[in-house]
Ligand binder design. Structure first.
Ligand SMILES: CC(C)(COP(=O)(O)OP(=O)(O)OC[C@H]1O[C@@H](n2cnc3c(N)ncnc32)[C@H](O)[C@@H]1OP(=O)(O)O)[C@@H](O)C(=O)NCCC(=O)NCCS
Length: 190
């Protein structure tokens, strides 16, 4: 643990953390949509298995990340995949390594569960710092077409060797994330 992440604890978010989680989402994005998305995903049986992690700085909840189940249609076999959406850190706690720590911890746990591919639609300058690469050049399509100017925002990370480039198909997310409006130009679920 380096100086920036001292005092940082990451643990699974439970039912008792619901208010803290939704508060983080609302305040990080400064709008209600992502908190509503999280509430919907937490109630969506097609999003299971889910991984919902809370970051606490000196005991105070400051960050949240959610991964939900996805499938890869057309891959020729069942592929265990997940979508990262959303990731949020309270403005006052940003820039201290919290977002990165949530991503790393999430990927570690998903890998232990046998998840092969993790997808995200998000900031193309942020997620590559944590191992994500553009998904379309690998033949991995988003649930709805991404406008060409945002192609780089659709990213993937392989948690197993030899799957990138071998598996191709279209990602089928939980029902909540399949809503076309979430995949339009000005709306990014992560
Ligand atoms: C994006 C977010 C989760 C990052 O959390 P964080 O705890 O500040 O992240 P970290 O401390 O691990 O990393 C901070 C670094 O990421 C960079 N960064 C933050 N947001 C970025 C973005 N949108 N694009 C590119 N880089 C970004 C910071 O400039 C900082 O860079 P530095 O290390 O060179 O100083 C947080 O800023 C946030 O909640 N933003 C609002 C919600 C949001 O946009 N979430 C979705 C991200 S797709």
């Amino acid at each position: 643990m380096d100086a920036a992440t001292q005092g940082l604890e990451i643990r699974e978010a439970g039912e008792a953390d619901r208010a803290a989680v939704l508060n983080i989402e609302r305040r990080a994005f400064a709008q209600p949509e992502e908190a509503e998305l999280v509430a919907d995903l937490l109630a969506d049986p097609t999003a299971e298995p889910r991984l919902s992690l809370l970051a606490l700085f000196d005991g105070e909840p400051v960050g949240h990340i959610l991964f939900t189940a996805a499938e890869l249609e057309g891959a020729g076999r069942r592929v265990k995949a997940a979508i990262l959406a959303p990731l949020a850190v309270l403005p006052k706690a940003q820039g201290k390594g919290c977002g990165g720590a949530l991503i790393r911890e999430g990927l570690k746990r998903l890998q232990a569960e046998g998840v092969e591919l993790v997808f995200v639609l998000g900031h193309a300058d942020y997620y590559p710092r944590h191992g994500f690469v553009p998904a379309l050049p690998h033949g991995l399509e988003a649930p709805h077409p991404i406008p060409p100017e945002h192609h780089d925002a659709w990213m993937v990370q392989a948690l197993k060797e030899d799957v990138l480039g071998m598996l191709r198909g279209t990602v089928r997310p939980a029902k909540t994330l399949a809503r076309p409006e979430l995949w339009r130009e000005d709306e990014e679920p992560a």
